[in-house]
Design a protein around this ligand. Structure first.
Ligand code: HEM
Length: 511
C-alpha cells in the first residue's frame, strides 16, 4: 500500500514536471521566434540555466556570472529558470524604454520576497492602489520639505563624522558599517520622526532585525526553489523571518499609534487646523512621511494603520540600503582617485568657503556643487545601488512590435547597462567627466537609469541625492580619504541592492 502511494506520488510529480517544462519550452520557442535578435543563454531541460552557476554558487560568483553572460552573448538575452521558466534579461536602452513604458505593469517574483515586510507599499503596489499612493506620497518630496530634511541630514552626518574619528589614522576599515547606521538614523527620523540612535546603539533589536530581513530576502533570491512558498515556510529562515518581522512591525506600529494619539490630542485642543491644506504640507509644520499619511483623506476616509505601516516600512526598506551603498561606494572611489578628490575639495572650498566642515548645509548650497553631482552620477553608473529591476509581462507588453506572452519575467540589468563598453568606453575607469553636459547629450536617455525611469521611477531620488551630498561634504570636510590596500579592493554581490562583499575599505586622516 505504502509503495503504491509512493509510486503514485512520483507519477504525479513527474507528470507535473513534464507538462510544466513542455509548456515553458513552448513559450521559450515563441520568444525566440518573435525576438529573433535576442540570443538564448544555453540551457538544459528542467534545470534551465542553473548548471551555468554550478561551479560556484556563492552570491559574488552568481553576480559575476550574470555580468559575464552579457559579455559572451550580447545585450539582450533569453534566459531560463528552474523548469525552463522563460525570462528576458535586457540591457539595451531601446528595449528597456519599451519595457519601462508598458501601460500595465506587474513586478517580478523578487518583489514578493519583500512583501512580508512592506506588504503592498509604494514599491510593490500595482494599478489603482499604486497610482493613489504615489499621488499622496509625492508631496513628501516637495523641495520645501526636503529643506526640512536637511536639518536631519546635517545633524546625523555630524554624528557620523564623530564616530569616524575612531578610525582616523588607523589604516584600512570598512566605511559601509558606519554609513549603514547613519542612513538608518536619517531615514527613521525623516519617515517617522523617531530618533533611532542606531549610530549610538548599533546592536538595538530594530537595527538587527533590519539586517536579518535583508539577509533573508537575499538568500531567498538565490535558492533554487525560491518560487515555492511552501518550501520556504518549512525552512529555518521562515522562523527567523517571523521573529524579525515581529520586531519591525511592532516598532512601526508603536510609532504610528503614538503619533496618532498625539495628533488627536492636538486636534482636541484645536492647536492644529482641522483640514490639511497647502501651507500645512509645505509650510512651517515639521513634516515627516508619517505626519502626511496620518493627515491625508482618500475619498473621504483616513488611511488605516495597516495602510500607513506599509508605506512607513517601505521607506525604511527602500530608503536606507540604497543610499548606504551609494555613499560607501562614493567614499571608496573618491579614495581610489586622488585627482577627483582634489577637484571635489576645491569645489567645496570655492562654493562653501574655507571652513565648510562646520557649516549647516542648505539645499541651495548643495545644488551649486556641480562636480560633486557628476561624481555621484559616476558612482551610480559604475556601482548602481539598484543593479536589477524586475517586471513581468501582463500580455500587453510590446517589444519591437511583438506582444510578449503574459507571465514572462523581464530583468532590466541596470548594472550591465551602465558598464557596457559600447556606451561607456573603458567602463571600469572612474571618470565623472562622463556626466558633463556635452557627454550626457550624446547618449540615449535610457542608457543611464540609476533611479529607473517613467511613472515608476524612484520617488525618493531628490531626497537620496541630497543625503548623499550632505554626507560626502561632511566626510571630505573633515577627513582626507586614502585608498585601501589592494587586497581589500571592493568585490560585489547583490540582492535588491548592490553591496560590497567584505566591505567598502578606505583609510582616513584628518584634514
Ligand atoms: C541612491 C539611492 C537610491 C537609488 C539608486 C534608488 C533607486 C530606485 C529604483 C531603481 C527604483 C525603481 C524600482 C523598481 O522599479 O522596481 C526605486 C523605486 C523607489 N524608491 Fe528609490 N532609490 C534610492 C533611494 C531611495 C530613497 C532614499 C527612498 C525613500 C526615501 C526611496 C524610495 C523609493 C520608493 C518608494 C520606490 C518605489 C516608487 C514607485 O514604484 O512608485 N528610494 N528606487
Amino acid at each position: 500500500m505504502f509503495i503504491l502511494l509512493i509510486i503514485s506520488l512520483i507519477a504525479i510529480v513527474t507528470t507535473w514536471v513534464v507538462l510544466t517544462v513542455a509548456k515553458n519550452m513552448l513559450v521559450v520557442r515563441a520568444l525566440q521566434k518573435k525576438l529573433s535578435k535576442l540570443h538564448t543563454i544555453p540551457a538544459v531541460p528542467v534545470l534551465g540555466n542553473s548548471l551555468l552557476f554550478k561551479r560556484d554558487s556563492s552570491p559574488p560568483a552568481i553576480f559575476a556570472r550574470m555580468k559575464e553572460f552579457h559579455h559572451i552573448f550580447g545585450n539582450d538575452l533569453i534566459a531560463q529558470g528552474l523548469f525552463n521558466k522563460p525570462a528576458l534579461q535586457i540591457t539595451s536602452a531601446a528595449m528597456v524604454e519599451q519595457v519601462i513604458g508598458a501601460k500595465t505593469i506587474q513586478k517580478s517574483l523578487i518583489y514578493d520576497f519583500m512583501k512580508p515586510w512592506v506588504n503592498e507599499g509604494l514599491i510593490t503596489a500595482l494599478g489603482k492602489k499604486w497610482a493613489l499612493r504615489r499621488k499622496i506620497i509625492t508631496p513628501t518630496f516637495h523641495f520645501k520639505i526636503l529643506e526640512e530634511f536637511l536639518a536631519i541630514f546635517n545633524r546625523q552626518t555630524e554624528v557620523l563624522v564623530e564616530k569616524l574619528q575612531q578610525q582616523s589614522e588607523k589604516g584600512d576599515f570598512d566605511i559601509y558599517k558606519y554609513i549603514t547606521l547613519c542612513a538608518l538614523d536619517i531615514i527613521s527620523e525623516s519617515a517617522m520622526g523617531v530618533k533611532l540612535n542606531a549610530q549610538d546603539s548599533p546592536s538595538s533589536s530594530y537595527v538587527k532585525a533590519v539586517k536579518e530581513m535583508s539577509e533573508i530576502i537575499f538568500r531567498r533570491l538565490f535558492s533554487l526553489g525560491n518560487e515555492y512558498k511552501i518550501l520556504f515556510q518549512l525552512s529555518k529562515a521562515a522562523q527567523r523571518q517571523k521573529a524579525a518581522l515581529s520586531i519591525l512591525h511592532e516598532f512601526t506600529n508603536s510609532v504610528i499609534l503614538a503619533r496618532k494619539h498625539q495628533l488627536e490630542d492636538e486636534q482636541l485642543r484645536k492647536t492644529t487646523l482641522e483640514k490639511m491644506d497647502e501651507t500645512d504640507i509645505y509650510g512651517k509644520r515639521k513634516m515627516t512621511l508619517l505626519e502626511l499619511l496620518l493627515n491625508v483623506s482618500v475619498e473621504g476616509h483616513r488611511l488605516n494603520e495597516t495602510d500607513i505601516r506599509e508605506e512607513v516600512d517601505t521607506f525604511m526598506f527602500a530608503g536606507h540600503d540604497t543610499t548606504t551603498s551609494c555613499i560607501s561606494f562614493s567614499a571608496y572611489h573618491i579614495a581610489q582617485n586622488p585627482e577627483v578628490q582634489r577637484k571635489l575639495y576645491e569645489e567645496m572650498v570655492l562654493v562653501l568657503g574655507e571652513n565648510f566642515k562646520t557649516i549647516e548645509l542648505t539645499y541651495s548650497m548643495l545644488q551649486e556643487l556641480k562636480y560633486l553631482d557628476m561624481t555621484i552620477k559616476e558612482v551610480l553608473r559604475i556601482h548602481p545601488s539598484v543593479p536589477i529591476i524586475g517586471r513581468k509581462s501582463t500580455g500587453d507588453m510590446i517589444i519591437d512590435g511583438q506582444a510578449i506572452p503574459a507571465g514572462v519575467d523581464i530583468a532590466i540589468f541596470i548594472y550591465a547597462m551602465h558598464n557596457n563598453p559600447e556606451i561607456f568606453p573603458e567602463p571600469e575607469k572612474f571618470d565623472p567627466e562622463r556626466f558633463n553636459e556635452e557627454n550626457c547629450s550624446k547618449r540615449h536617455p535610457y542608457s543611464y537609469i540609476p533611479f529607473s525611469a517613467g511613472a515608476r521611477n524612484c520617488v525618493g531620488q531628490k531626497y537620496a541625492l541630497l543625503e548623499v551630498k550632505t554626507t560626502l561634504v561632511k566626510i571630505l570636510g573633515n577627513y582626507q580619504l586614502l585608498p585601501c590596500h589592494p587586497k581589500n579592493n571592493v568585490q560585489l554581490k547583490t540582492d535588491m541592492t548592490l553591496r560590497p562583499v567584505n566591505g567598502a575599505f578606505v583609510k582616513i586622516i584628518p584634514r
